[in-house]
Design a protein around this ligand. Structure first.
Ligand code: GLA
Length: 463
């Protein structure tokens, strides 16, 4: 079932350069997945991993295009075909079981911090060092936030040999000692570049310098590169991003590759074989409408996500001041149920306790980082602006987000049928951190306006 989402792109701040994406965004549909298809996706994950483990090929039906699926075939085929059709129906325009970039990284969605959402161009070695210290002191590193990423504006030129040069006033000593400092804190170090001729803020881009930039980053000790798409007129995104992927592989250091072309060129189709994550939308802003619009857009491509390859609905705005704490709890819960990268985008040196509790919620982080690696989906819409999102987890339980998009507190219920469970199941409230007991058939809760209740529902075995 596909539900139209009026004005879904309205809240997303499209970069001025992302015209193609804006057009895509206007055609947004909200995708709701009947459990039958969602369940098939989980089966798909298992089938593919079993096939890989046994080194046999995946059933050909898993690769067949949507056009090959006719109604007659659905009606006449046996179980395997039915399964494949269900998979394909759920896949929309996302290729199933496509080959993935096999760099062994990001088996769960990357977690860390990125400078852009809060600091924009105001970056410096001092900020990065203080942020690394704060990630350790606040316990965020130990909660899983590992990658410290400098976004745009660190670079000013190329030297005579063609190597990128950092702004010497802001990064005295250059990037290498800074990466060393971050590593010394038990963290990993990330950097930003652009696949075009210049970055979005007009700094030198990587176009034509892929090999030297990949080598330079590897020498500096970079563990994560985000590659943007500004000033790329006339270039082909899959080709340019593949060039940098290959250059990174040649450079010989394991580096997470983050593709950032805002969903302009259907990255969910080629992203899995090119990078570890790919942005699906224009830039987030620190407003409820923007966050919700991104949810509606990014969730359409859920079936492309898998270990090592993730949809990226953009960095977190939690703690930046533009939303209420209920809204930030919703933002964080929805990113976790979508198996999104969790890149904090606030000033972690000065976090109020409420922000620290949201970003540090281990129950919610465990949902995001679950090893099954399936992206959750919208499974029920019990009323206007009321939704149930669900993500299957490796132990057979379901993470469930009851989302109230309306401005009034209300009760939202989910049924076991909608989330693919039967029998009694234990329910744990992931924000109250309390076990609510065993329920059978359904669970309901009062959900604040612009807020969520997030639970983990675990079937009671042998009962
Ligand atoms: C683009 C990206 C942002 C950020 C800025 C930096 O807009 O989408 O995430 O990296 O560029 O200029």
């Amino acid at each position: 079932m596909i539900v139209a989402a009026p004005g879904a792109f309205g809240g997303v701040r499209a970069p001025p350069h992302a015209i193609a994406h804006t057009t895509t965004g206007l055609n947004t549909k909200r995708v709701m997945v009947p459990w039958r298809e969602f369940d098939a996706r989980v089966t798909d994950v298992k089938l593919v991993s079993v096939a890989r483990a046994r080194q046999v090929s995946t059933p050909p039906c898993l690769h067949a295009p949507l056009a090959a699926r006719t109604f007659n075939a659905i009606m006449s085929a046996r179980f395997v075909t039915l399964l494949c059709c269900a998979l394909t129906l759920g896949a929309r325009d996302v290729p199933r079981a496509a080959p993935t970039l096999d760099n062994g990284l990001a088996r769960t969605p990357p977690m860390g911090w990125n400078s852009w959402n809060h600091f924009h161009c105001d970056v410096s070695a001092q900020l990065i060092k203080e942020t690394a210290d704060a990630l350790v002191a606040t316990g965020m590193r130990d909660a899983g936030y590992r990658y410290v990423v400098i976004d745009d504006c660190w670079q000013v030129a190329r030297d005579r040999t063609g190597r990128l040069v950092a702004d010497s006033a802001r990064f005295p000593g250059g990037i290498k000692p800074l990466a060393d400092y971050v590593h010394s804190k038990g963290l990993k170090f990330g950097i930003y570049t652009d696949a075009g001729r210049r970055t979005c803020q007009g700094r030198p881009g990587t176009y034509g310098s892929e090999e030297i930039d990949a080598r330079t980053f590897a020498e500096w000790g970079v563990d994560y590169v985000k590659e943007d798409w500004c000033n790329s007129e006339g270039l082909d995104a899959p080709t340019q991003y593949a060039k940098f992927r290959d250059a990174l592989a040649k450079a010989g250091r394991p580096i997470v590759f983050s593709i950032c072309e805002w969903g302009s060129n259907h990255p969910w189709e080629w992203g899995p074989r090119t990078g570890n994550l790919w942005r699906t939308t224009g830039d987030i802003s620190d407003r409820w409408a923007s966050m919700i619009a991104i949810l509606d857009l990014s969730s359409q491509y859920a079936l492309a996500a898998r270990p090592g390859a993730w949809n990226d609905p953009d960095m977190l705005e939690v703690g930046n001041g533009g939303m209420t704490d209920d809204e930030y709890r919703a933002h964080f819960s929805l990113w976790a149920v979508m198996s999104a990268p969790l890149m904090a985008g606030n000033d972690v040196r000065a976090m109020p306790p409420a922000t620290r509790e949201i970003l540090g919620n281990k129950d919610v982080i465990a949902v995001d980082q679950d090893s099954l690696g399936v992206q959750g989906m919208l499974v029920q819409e019990p009323g206007i602006d009321l939704q149930v999102w669900s993500k299957p987890l490796a132990d057979g339980s379901r993470a469930v987000v009851l989302l109230n998009r309306s401005g009034l507190q209300t009760v939202i219920a989910t049924s076991w049928r909608a989330i693919g469970l039967t029998g009694p199941a234990r329910v744990r409230d992931l924000w109250a951190h309390s076990d609510l007991g065993a329920f059978t058939g359904r669970f309901s809760a009062t959900v604040p306006a612009h807020g969520v209740v997030m639970v983990r529902i675990t079937p009671v075995t042998g009962g």
